[in-house]
Design a protein around this ligand. Structure first.
Ligand code: ADP
Length: 317
């Protein structure tokens, strides 16, 4: 009797776990969780971990659902514009060279907008994989900041883009080179897009004891305090029409943030409407020894180069 009583008492939480799993299996959208135990043992720890895992999965599913909703919403406008122009051409545009010309131009513009939107959405999804795929990527900051600043100056000759470099030697961070380039381009590109009369951009790079600090400052329209956190959200634009006119999709800063989060850095903005904005990034600095070790591991992670002889053999087979 005693044995039966004890066994049934110990099995009760396991039955609860099994019941919850059955419930979730039969209804995957269910928000069922295992009721917490009052004890403080391995089983209650397992239950807490299990519930936390379900919460994480649920958050991930919610994010994906939101993303699909946002994307459909964003694609609706260019598709509607394209449809409008094609309908117009179909009805009476074919004979009118002026309408024909205008509609084709407008349609091509929408197609190119959709193309950039799709590319940015892909970048955003890929930025998610940083933590697993670029664990040992390493970049020397001086070189890349100089290169991007020079490139951007060349593309925007009407702007004065200055670089203030306070680093007193090489500085390494865990960041895949192309990603670092992408982040800097997003920030400088925004600085250009949202500048007004004063066409000046200051890029600066320095360091603290543990971080490499980058900043991009413009003297443009600025961002109101209530919007400063929101600009990092997907598809958020302070002024949708204005951003659209400048070719923006509202994804640049969320790609930058996703990448920086993936490399354990931080990004934030200080801004005064009408005076300008300054975007600051802080990245954990690697010591030269860590950088060398990262580089060694990064090279080891890469697949071995193909041997041309093996290729020929497999072709023959
Ligand atoms: P977008 O492609 O629209 O520029 P982002 O994600 O890069 O998308 O930026 C989101 C929004 O944040 C922009 O639409 C703009 O309203 C605001 N923003 C971004 N950078 C700046 C800046 N340097 N100055 C003022 N507003 C900015």
């Amino acid at each position: 009797m005693m044995g039966f009583f004890l066994a049934s008492r110990f099995l009760r939480p396991i039955r609860r776990i099994s019941k919850t799993i059955d419930q979730i299996n039969s209804e995957p959208q269910s928000d069922a969780r295992i009721p917490a135990l009052r004890t403080n043992d391995e089983l209650s720890h397992l239950i807490n971990e299990f519930n936390a895992m379900l919460d994480r999965i649920q958050r991930f599913i919610d994010q994906q659902t939101d993303f699909v909703g946002d994307v459909s919403h964003e694609l609706r406008t260019p598709v509607a514009i394209l449809e409008g122009h094609l309908n117009m051409l179909d009805r009476w545009g074919k004979e009118d060279p002026e309408v024909l010309d205008e509609s084709i131009k407008a349609s091509l513009q929408e197609v190119s907008r959709m193309k950039s939107l799709i590319q940015e959405m892909l970048d955003l999804t890929r930025a998610d994989q940083v933590e697993t795929q670029f664990v040992h990527a390493v970049t020397e900051v001086n070189e890349i900041v100089e290169q991007v600043t020079n490139d951007m100056q060349m593309i925007h000759p009407d702007f004065t883009i200055t670089l203030e470099n306070e680093l007193d030697g090489p500085a390494w961070v865990q960041f895949y080179r192309n990603h670092m380039e992408q982040v800097l381009i997003i920030l400088i590109d925004n600085a250009v897009k949202y500048s007004r009369d004063r066409k000046e951009i200051h890029v600066s790079v320095g360091s603290s004891d543990t971080t490499v600090d980058l900043a991009v400052q413009d003297f443009g329209e600025g961002i109101a305090p209530k919007n400063q956190d929101r600009v990092f959200n997907r598809f958020y634009r302070v002024d949708k029409a204005r951003s659209r006119e400048k070719g923006g999709n509202g994804l640049g800063l969320s790609i930058a943030k996703q990448l920086i989060d993936g490399y354990h850095g931080t990004i934030n903005v200080e801004s005064v409407p009408g005076s300008g904005s300054i975007f600051r990034i802080a990245l954990p600095m690697l010591t030269p020894e860590q950088a060398a070790e990262f580089q060694r591991r990064h090279d080891a992670d890469k697949p071995a180069p193909l041997n041309p002889d093996d290729l020929n053999k497999s072709n023959l087979a």
